[in-house]
Design a protein around this ligand. Structure first.
Ligand SMILES: Cc1ncc(COP(=O)(O)O)c(C=O)c1O
Length: 393
């Protein structure tokens, strides 16, 4: 039997095809065995035929792999599939979504720089911007992401990056040369393409919809060739927040079903929102696909469909919300989202617990607020389950 060697085939670009086709085929490298499913190269690194070849590899004169902290064929397949889905030029996969956010924000900056970010963001992202950056001499200003004047007023000559969780209006011209980094986790690459709307960098927690089956953590940073080469590649190579090849393989398989999962979950979320909107125990409902969403016009302009998530406020505050969560029989209490299993979260005591009650109130996260992430169960079962739980709220 011959000795296995790294894959020989170069990935064929699939960008002329529609997203569903790219999600299945983009980035595939096949070894000499012609395997159907992508191979898992579960290796820390690689060996060389000669010392001369090793030297050439390190000098960048020989194009092979060196070490999985910064390049691995399986991780490369995942990156390439995401590049072609997102319409980016380059990408680097990271160990977690937070590694992607932290690297994308921190790597290009230095002491004396300034960052502007939208207040409405995931708690750990807010920690990075609000608490971590200032410790290294990088100042940050938080704004109401929907208020263009606030963005404009916050900009300084030394503002290098802006960070937000969902593209606001092409605000992008008010950012005056600063790069715009968008965390597109909630919208998913299926419903929103920030690079096409003018963003410079997109980050994902692949832990969410991209895996979509609760198996592993992961993240990715997508941008131009220049941004990745200049700011991300060396930072990741030297500091190591890299994705495991095993997780890259799991996530590659997750991508194959991403479009059909997100579509089904969005339809379910819309049906749940429709029922909850009429429910007497609910005082507020937030669903981006509905005409009564506060930014419905913006959603229509920027997103191809609603969302897999529904937010609702149970009348009676925390105690009522907890009674509802505890009474659910199918949807499980969790802080994750985008999973095949429907999940419910109480943001005030979990993802946004670190914020002061005033800061939570400012973001509309009341004590009765619940986030529902639609899974792949039959939607009537989920609706009946929510209804019986709300009766106990
Ligand atoms: C919007 C958003 N960004 C980033 C993250 C961080 O991702 P991870 O948990 O993979 O580190 C999360 C969730 O945890 C999230 O909801």
């Amino acid at each position: 039997m011959s000795t296995p060697t790294p894959p020989k085939s170069a990935p064929t670009s699939m960008t002329r095809y529609r997203p569903e086709t790219r999600l299945v085929h983009s980035g595939t490298l096949r070894s000499q065995y012609g395997e159907t499913s992508e191979a898992l190269f579960l290796t820390q690194g690689f060996v060389y035929d000669t010392a001369e070849q090793c030297e050439a590899r390190f000098k960048g004169e020989d194009p092979g792999y060196i070490y999985s902290r910064f390049s691995n064929p399986t991780t490369g397949m995942f990156e390439q599939r995401m590049i072609e889905l997102e319409g980016a030029e380059a990408a680097r996969a990271t160990a977690t979504g937070m590694a992607a956010v932290t690297t994308a924000i921190l790597a290009p900056l230095r002491a004396g720089d300034h960052v502007v970010a939208s207040k409405a963001m995931f708690g750990s992202c807010r920690y990075v911007v609000e608490d971590l950056l200032p410790r290294y001499g990088i100042q940050s200003t938080l704004v109401d992401g929907l208020d263009l004047d606030q963005w404009q007023r916050a900009m300084r000559p030394n503002t290098k990056s802006c960070f937000l969780e969902s593209p606001t209006n092409p605000t992008l011209d008010v950012l005056g040369g600063a790069r715009l980094i968008v965390d597109n986790v909630f919208a998913t690459p299926i419903w929103q393409s920030p690079l096409g709307l003018g963003a410079d960098v997109v980050v994902y927690s692949a832990t969410k919809h991209i895996d979509g089956q609760g198996r592993c953590l992961g993240g990715i940073i997508l941008s131009s060739e220049a941004f990745i080469a200049e700011h991300i590649h060396t930072f990741m190579r030297q500091t190591g927040p890299s994705m495991s090849p095993f997780n890259a393989w799991v996530l590659l398989k997750g991508l194959e079903t991403l479009a059909i999962r997100v579509r089904a979950q969005t339809e379910t979320a819309a049906a749940v929102a429709e029922v909850l909107a009429q429910h007497p125990k609910i005082s507020r409902l937030i669903y981006p696909g509905r005409a009564d969403h506060p930014q419905a016009a913006l959603v229509k302009k920027q997103m191809r469909a609603g969302s897999t998530l529904v937010g609702f406020e149970v009348k009676g505050g925390k105690a009522a919300a907890f009674r509802c969560l505890n009474a659910l029989k199918i949807s499980r209490i969790s802080n994750n989202l985008g999973d095949a299993k429907s999940l419910v979260t109480h943001p005030a005591t979990t993802t946004h617990q670190r914020l002061t009650p005033e800061a939570r109130a400012e973001l509309g996260i009341s004590e009765g607020f619940v986030r529902f992430s639609a899974g792949l169960e039959h939607r009537d079962d989920l609706i009946e389950d929510l209804q019986q739980a709300l009766e106990k709220a």
